[in-house]
Design a protein around this ligand. Structure first.
Ligand SMILES: [Zn+2]
Length: 231
């Protein structure tokens, strides 16, 4: 049987996501083979024999991206979320929640996809409100393990954005936000400081934006094929 026939064979399962219980119906083979979590949930000894699963802690918008990715991937192995219809005006938090979801369900390919989305998002929208950026970092820190790649990416992006612009007013504003965050997000500030100090700042003239590492620097490739160098 072809992998496509296999993915679309078998039963359809129902998953309710988030506190509002947004309903998704998905081919069981497709979702079970994407993650040991779903395999155990639908096929394991304690599995959801009736084919219904509740995921109250997940973000329905992120889950929708995940489901679209599963179906795209079933038809083309090289499919990425950016190949599909994607609304870049959506909250960056959705991409971060997609990443958190991918880590929770142990799908490395999806984690790398979510890294790419966040990388492109923050590259494009570099003048996001700084308060929100610290909020993003805090959310990721609360939901990932130390040493996590998305933490590193956000720490880089936020550190650069805090100081990249040249006006004195902007620098004063940035510093006051850091000072406020010492109270509200001490763990985030502790993560930002080593990054900020590692840059070769010229405080008189400001600086150009330091070059971000390649996307693949933030990927993991334990079970997935490493990217080409130019990715
Ligand atoms: Zn890579």
């Amino acid at each position: 049987m072809s992998s496509l026939a296999r993915a679309f064979g078998g039963r359809i399962v129902t998953i309710f996501v988030g506190v509002d219980r947004v309903k998704f119906t998905i081919h069981e083979n497709l979702i079970s083979e994407s993650s040991p979590f779903f395999k155990a949930a639908f096929r394991g000894e304690f599995g959801e024999r009736n084919g219904v699963l509740e995921l109250p802690d997940d973000d329905p918008d992120a889950f929708e991206l995940f489901v679209g990715w599963l179906y795209g991937k079933a038809q083309s192995k090289s499919y990425t979320i950016a190949d599909g219809p994607i609304d870049w005006d959506i909250e960056a938090m959705t991409f971060l929640n997609l990443y958190i979801l991918s880590k929770k369900y142990f799908n490395e390919d999806l984690s790398n996809n979510a890294i790419d989305l966040a990388y492109e998002y923050f590259d494009y929208f570099s003048d996001l409100d700084r308060k929100d950026q610290l909020e993003y970092l805090r959310h990721v820190v609360d939901n990932t393990l130390p040493g996590d790649s998305m933490r590193s990416l956000l720490v880089f992006v936020i550190s650069v954005d805090l100081f990249q612009e040249h006006s004195e007013e902007f620098k004063r504003d940035s510093l006051s936000k850091i000072k406020a965050a010492v109270e509200t997000s001490p763990q985030c500030v502790a993560m930002l400081l080593p990054q900020i100090l590692s840059f070769d700042w010229d405080y008189r003239n400001g600086m150009d934006r330091p070059h971000c590492k390649s996307k693949c620097f933030y990927h993991q490739h334990e079970t997935t094929t490493p990217c080409d160098d130019d990715d």
